[in-house]
Design a protein around this ligand. Structure first.
Ligand code: DAU
Length: 630
């Protein structure tokens, strides 16, 4: 079903109020056009006859001409009805209507000419009559419709309150946004100029709005027009361009608005209500890697799919995506009932929590997990449940062990017991050359997954993520909150960088891994260049327009300055997709798991909480050379 955007809804509401619009006129309007076309024929037939006889009214046989008029009108009505011209098939003044009307007039003219050829000599009506009358009638019929459409359009439009707006992009999307701005009575935008970097469009005027230059002329155009808003109407705008726009707009002092998804899909139905402020995600995003998930996801159709951590940012988006591929069953497992409710709301459209799609269980609880797996017998498992906050797990490494290591082993064992065919373990780039309890625990989880792959002979694969833009509890929402409250933004180090990926991108990768990964592999997405966290903080502050300080707090224990994607000794082969690396992982059998040794070798003393022995262990003490997980 096609979704109706708020803008479309608003447009329909306006149409209903007005009893019709230029595109969907009322029955009364159609009846008026029908009468108009009849009148046109009754006008042009005598005119054509007079033209034919050099305006000599005595030469015209008025009686037979009246009979021809009646035949013409009847044909126009009957054929017009049959071809739906008077039944609202086409919006008036549209190309479709022009075509339909031209065809109708041609048919009527041709049939009347046939009649004239048969009886014209006898009736003394010129046989060429319709050659003159037809084109005249068509021009008049179309002309009236065109004028009516212009009148309709002029009746609509933004009021006094609307902000003078420059639209950047004079292409299809720009044209469409202009139309919406000009027709919507409640529009907050009044278009005053267009900008386009294509020199060939420099002299163009779109819907009465002139192209006044390129983006580099923004300053000047703002001064000339007094614009306060800049709307980006470029479907293929990537974050480089969006950054340029943001900088130019900041310089010129205008507010930038973009469409939610600057993608080609929008070109067909962009609405004003979709316009939103520029967000930091637009600026740190990249050209999204297309992992052709549609083809890859065939293995999900008709299968029972279980997602652990289904309430988390990744888990819930995964569930949403999986649902598109028609699984027989989607089982959402989480230990947090409130998060499960949110996931159900997103996927099922209700949050009643009374259906079997939600499963409340903790992956630390082996018995509960086994019972769930034995009862539900999933075919595919996505394991997204984990503890993820690096500094928290530095304080409580034992928790990382219990959830990320033993919890993963519980899920793997339960999967093995019921012969799960495909198992995807969600991992992190922090598992490459780990320096933190989080990284180390996820590395062990990767190795256990690889080991279970050797036991089952099935694809049990890990997927390494970078930082997922906007995931719950990450630095972006933290910065947002601090800035909103006007508080100092804390940045750990001026040079710290991270790789970023979008949530949908991350989920596509996970789904695709199930189709292209083989046991013993970890799949890693090429996320382009890492992003400087300080740049993000500065941009967010600049966009807020507030005067907010940045405080450098120093790298926290275990926090890397720069993440790595591929660990030492791992290969970076890309056999199937140019942006997806397949690295091989060593296997680790569960009997070789040693919690005390694991803690000790990371610099933690064995006690109930895994307290650190060394307050600031050097990286060397936790490097891969003496891999504590091997
Ligand atoms: C919250 C916060 C973070 N930072 C810095 C620390 C990091 O270098 C960077 C990103 O921080 P976070 O968004 O918390 O993400 P990070 O610590 O890298 O870890 C995340 O990204 C990982 C992927 O690398 C995931 O596996 C983890 O589960 C996830 O928590 O920003 C600040 O400078 N100030 C802050 O207030």
């Amino acid at each position: 079903m096609t979704e109706i955007t708020p803008a479309q809804e608003a447009e329909s509401a306006a149409e209903r109020r007005d009893g019709g619009s230029p595109w969907r006129p009322s029955r009364r309007t159609w009846a008026a056009f029908l009468l108009l076309d009849v009148a046109v024929w009754l006008l042009v037939l005598p005119t054509a006859a007079l033209l034919r006889f050099d305006f000599n009214a005595y030469a015209v046989e008025w009686g037979p001409l009246a009979a021809v008029g009646v035949i013409t009108v009847v044909l126009q009505l009957v054929l017009g009805y049959l071809t739906h011209v008077y039944r609202g098939r086409h919006g008036y003044g549209t190309f479709d209507e022009v075509r339909a009307l031209a065809l109708l007039v041609l048919m009527v003219s041709a049939l009347v000419t046939v009649v004239l050829l048969a009886v014209g000599v006898m009736w003394e009506v010129p046989r060429s009559l319709m050659l003159i009358a037809g084109p005249l009638a068509l021009v008049l019929m179309l002309g009236v419709r065109y004028i009516q459409r212009i009148r309709q359009e002029r009746r609509h439009g933004p009021g006094e309150h609307a902000e003078p707006t420059i639209v950047y992009g004079a292409g299809v999307l720009g044209d469409q946004l202009l139309r919406r701005m000009q027709l919507d009575d409640d529009s907050r935008f009044r278009p005053v100029a267009l900008l386009d970097d294509d020199r060939q469009l420099r002299n163009r005027v779109v819907r009465g709005v002139p192209v006044l230059g390129a983006l580099s002329d923004l300053d000047d155009v703002v001064t000339r027009t007094g614009a306060t808003q800049l709307v980006v109407a470029i479907s293929a705008a990537d974050h480089h361009l969006v950054k340029k726009v943001a900088d130019a707009a900041a310089q010129a002092g205008v507010h930038v608005r973009v469409l939610p998804k600057l993608s080609k899909e929008l070109a067909g139905h962009a609405g004003l209500a979709d316009l939103r402020d520029l967000s930091i995600e637009d600026l740190i995003g990249r050209e999204t890697v297309d992992t052709s998930v549609e083809d890859a996801a065939e293995y999900l159709a008709g299968k029972k799919v279980l997602v652990t951590g289904a309430g988390g940012s990744i888990g819930s988006e995964l569930c949403r995506q999986i649902q598109r591929f028609a699984p027989a069953e989607l089982i959402m497992l989480d230990r947090d009932e409130t998060l499960l409710q949110e996931a159900q709301l997103e996927t099922e459209g209700h949050g009643l929590l009374h259906t079997r799609d939600v499963v409340l269980a903790d992956i630390r609880d082996d018995d509960a997990l086994t019972a769930v797996f034995e009862e539900r017998r999933p075919d595919v498992v996505y394991h997204a449940a984990a503890l993820k906050h690096l500094p928290m797990l530095e304080q409580y490494p034992d928790e990382a062990w219990k959830t990320n290591v033993l919890g993963t082993l519980n899920v793997l064992r339960a999967a093995q017991r019921v012969d799960v065919q495909t198992f995807i373990n969600v991992s992190t780039d922090k598992a490459a050359n780990p320096t933190s309890a989080l990284g180390h625990s996820k590395r062990v989880a990767e190795k256990l997954t690889a080991w279970m792959g050797t036991q089952t002979g099935r694809p049990y694969i890990s997927v390494r993520f970078g930082n997922v833009i906007g995931s719950r509890g990450s630095m972006l929402p933290t910065f947002h909150k601090l800035i909103r409250r006007g508080q100092t933004v804390t940045v750990t180090h001026p040079d710290v960088t991270r790789y970023f990926m979008t949530i949908p991108e991350a989920c596509h990768l996970v789904i695709q891994a199930g189709a292209i990964g083989t046991s013993g592999e970890v799949l890693i997405l090429d996320m382009g260049e890492p992003v400087k966290i300080l740049d993000v903080a500065e941009r967010m502050i600049a966009m807020s327009g507030k005067d907010i300080a940045i405080k450098f707090t120093g790298l926290r224990h275990g926090e890397k300055m720069h993440e790595e994607l591929i660990g030492a000794g791992e290969s970076d082969a890309r056999p199937l997709h140019p942006k997806i690396s397949h690295a091989s992982v060593q296997v680790l059998a569960p009997e070789n798991l040693d919690r005390v040794e694991w803690l000790r070798r990371m610099g933690f003393e064995e006690d109930a909480f895994g307290a650190r022995i060394d307050e600031q262990p050097t990286r060397g003490s936790r490097s891969v050379k003496d891999d504590p997980d091997a």
